[in-house]
Ligand binder design. Structure first.
Ligand code: SF4
Length: 474
């Protein structure tokens, strides 16, 4: 009889954005549910799945290299993800891959795994019923919650709608059931994602679904109101500046969800935005002013592309002026990189790499000053911080405030126990604070990106969920 130690072993490489990470979690959960073991190294793997990214050229190259490495090591590779929507590109470089599927195709991947490694029928090796919380690739205390797949926009630099298709939203009931299960098993922060989160439910005409005695429309305002009821931090990513975003900001002002909005604006010069097929700059600034009026403590994060085809010196200066006026809290910047099959690849006025790089550095310099001043203004405050990791010595911790999303924003480096100076922090013995705890930190110092301080209190965690094991659902 087969035992757990005989389980077929699958290696997994997950590349790309948080949306791809959620797809990886779903595939890994299915593998575990069917009794497969996840191999930690190539040497242990019977076969390898590579979840690829196909967004920009460097990401495509990274994906192709990862496929090559996995093939060299094991000879049996299944490719999935965004680049899987371009099978000819993969086959041209790696004709020996066993199979290729598109993004979010869990069934397709599993069918190919069954071909290569037929599933074990022994019920004792089936580890997880599919309806329970599955494999997470993030720490237990935070989770990405994907509410829709695909995108209905036509930004000229992007091929996501071609790769992932038009938007398909999940019913509110399914999302809420997943959120309550996650919070019931240790998640304290829900990161709400989609390609365009604020368009959630448009494709299904905001149809209602039944959850715990209520009819909940598939609308972001209704959905996040419900998510706030879990008691977890609710953080919104990839928001497009539609008018109804004001209602979300009202929820932030009321303390129902985190006062944090990630709004990728991409540029600020009218001509560049037009060629990018994005909303105009006046809409952006007006929205920012309105949001700050509704919720003065709101943290605004955005990303921008410099060196887009045709971007003149004046256009770039307009972007810098916008940053000065908008005073965004967090900014990410990319130099424009050609994406095969994106409409912008046919645009004239390519900006030389050297100029792109100079503009990138100039933008980051301008934003660093803004960011440093904003962080300096927080010195002296006591803020809630969620602990992500231990630092070098006992009593040293790495966390994030409500203003910091994991992986993209800053950190709060904090100490307690003997390393601390304040009485309150010294009274908390080193080791008393664990990863995933929420604590209050007295902010004592700041630089361009991070904050530094002392833990003065551990915040009790009382989510609104019934005991673990409760099955949420309609
Ligand atoms: S909103 Fe634009 S950039 Fe974002 S996924 Fe859709 S098309 Fe791409």
């Amino acid at each position: 009889m087969s035992t757990q130690t005989d389980a077929k072993k699958v290696g997994f490489i997950s590349l790309g954005c948080p949306k791809a990470l959620v797809d990886s979690e779903q595939i890994l959960s299915r593998l575990r549910a069917e009794g497969y073991e996840i191999a930690a190294t190539y040497d242990d793997a019977d076969t390898v799945i590579v979840n690829t990214c196909g967004f920009i050229s460097p990401a495509v190259e990274e994906s192709l290299q990862a496929i090559g490495e996995a093939l060299d090591a094991t000879g049996r590779v299944i490719v999935t993800g965004c680049l899987g929507e371009r099978p000819e590109q993969i086959q041209e470089r790696h004709p020996k891959v066993h199979a290729i599927t598109g993004s979010a195709d869990v069934d397709g991947v599993m069918n190919h795994i069954h071909d290569l490694l037929p599933p074990d029928k022994n019920p004792f090796t089936t580890l997880l019923p599919e309806t329970e919380v599955g494999v997470k690739l993030t720490p237990r205390h935070y989770s990405y919650l994907k509410i829709a797949e695909g995108c209905n926009h036509t930004c000229s630099f992007c091929i996501i709608p071609k790769l992932r298709g038009r938007q398909v939203s999940r019913d509110a009931r399914d999302i809420l059931a997943e959120a309550w299960r996650l919070v019931g098993t240790g998640t304290k922060e829900l990161l709400v994602i989609a390609q365009d989160t604020s368009a959630y439910g448009v494709d299904i005409r905001h149809r209602t679904s039944h959850f715990r005695g209520q009819e909940i429309p598939a609308h972001l305002v209704d959905l996040v109101t419900q998510l706030g009821e879990t008691g977890a931090w609710v953080r919104l990513h990839y928001i497009y500046p539609y008018p109804h975003v004001d209602k979300l900001v009202e929820l932030m002002a009321a303390g129902k969800i985190l006062p944090y909005l990630d709004v990728p604006l991409q540029h600020a010069a009218p001509t560049v935005l037009k060629r990018m097929r994005r909303p105009g700059p006046s809409q952006q600034l007006e929205a920012i002013k309105r949001w700050r009026k509704i919720c003065p403590e709101i943290i605004l994060r955005s990303t921008f592309i410099v060196g887009f085809p045709g971007e003149s010196d004046e256009d770039f200066q307009a972007l810098l002026d916008f940053l000065q006026e908008a005073q965004l809290d967090r900014v990410g910047c990319f130099t424009y990189s050609e994406v095969q099959e994106a409409d912008a690849t046919h645009f004239e006025g390519l900006v030389p790499e050297e100029i792109k790089q100079q503009r990138y550095e100039r933008l980051m310099e301008v934003q660093q000053e803004i960011s440093a001043a904003k962080l300096q203004a927080r010195v002296g405050r006591i803020e809630e911080v969620i602990i992500d990791d231990y630092n070098d010595e006992p009593g040293q911790l790495i966390g994030r405030s409500k203003a910091d999303a994991p992986g993209i924003d800053g950190n709060v480096f904090c100490v307690h126990g003997e390393l601390a100076e304040s009485e309150a922090a010294r009274a908390i013995p080193a080791g008393a604070v664990k990863i995933g705890d929420i604590v209050r930190v007295l902010i004592e110092d700041a630089d361009e990106y991070d904050l530094y301080g002392e833990v003065v209190e551990i915040v009790p965690w009382n989510p609104n969920v019934p005991k673990m094991g409760h099955r949420a659902g309609s």
